[in-house]
Ligand binder design. Structure first.
Ligand code: ZN
Length: 203
């Protein structure tokens, strides 16, 4: 499992594409869908601000602003009615709210999804599960090309040998070699190439 001490560390990991070293595009998703509807989100330094509606049975949706401190993993939710009364979100919704992150790069070579980060009463429900659910990356050097996909929950990785054109468009991939080894260090591609080749030797 690839886990992080807080949401900021997870965010930083999501941001960097290890294939091209540029920043990836991050999308924050909100759930559970049957209760809440995401309007917009933004991240300002340590704070992730998520604006959403609570889908209730009355005519009007109730609008909330959820502010998550990505260093402490604590959060607060504020709401204001037209009549000036504030509603406590935790008193109207029993279900934990959660976010997860999808991250992908414009280079098309890497993407990932995080685990759900669930919050109840403004605290993260499982602080040991701030981590990645799955990620994949296309790795190439002058003479080696692999497509690596890691499923952290299933503790499984798939490695394909790749054929591509001169400008790196993938034309075909081998059948995957499946391994239980998932602790690849994608920030060190030379090490990852060596790991992959050792696995393929014995597969
Ligand atoms: Zn990239």
């Amino acid at each position: 499992m690839k886990v992080f001490k807080n949401i900021n560390s997870l965010w930083d990991y999501c941001l960097v594409c290890h294939a091209c070293k540029k920043n990836r595009n991050i999308e924050v998703e909100l759930g559970p869908d049957i209760y809440v509807y995401l309007h917009k989100w933004k991240k300002i330094r340590n704070k992730l601000i998520v604006e959403f509606s609570y889908r209730n049975n009355s005519f009007n949706d109730l609008n909330f602003k959820w502010t998550i401190n990505c260093n402490t993993n604590k959060s607060s939710i504020t709401q204001k009615n037209d009549d000036g009364l504030k509603l406590d979100f935790n008193s109207i919704c029993d279900e934990p709210l959660y976010i997860y992150i999808n991250s992908s790069c414009n280079c098309g070579r890497s993407q990932l999804s995080t685990l759900d980060l669930s919050f109840k009463d403004n605290c993260i429900v499982n602080p040991t599960q701030i981590g990645i659910e799955r990620e994949s990356i296309y790795l190439n050097s002058s003479d080696k090309k692999y497509y690596l996909s890691v499923e952290y929950l299933e503790q499984k990785a798939s490695i394909h040998r790749v054929n591509s054109t001169a400008n790196d468009v993938i034309t075909s991939m081998s059948k995957p070699a499946i391994t239980k080894i998932i602790n690849f260090d994608l920030s060190n591609l030379e090490k990852t190439f060596n790991q992959i080749e050792n696995i393929l030797l014995f597969n």
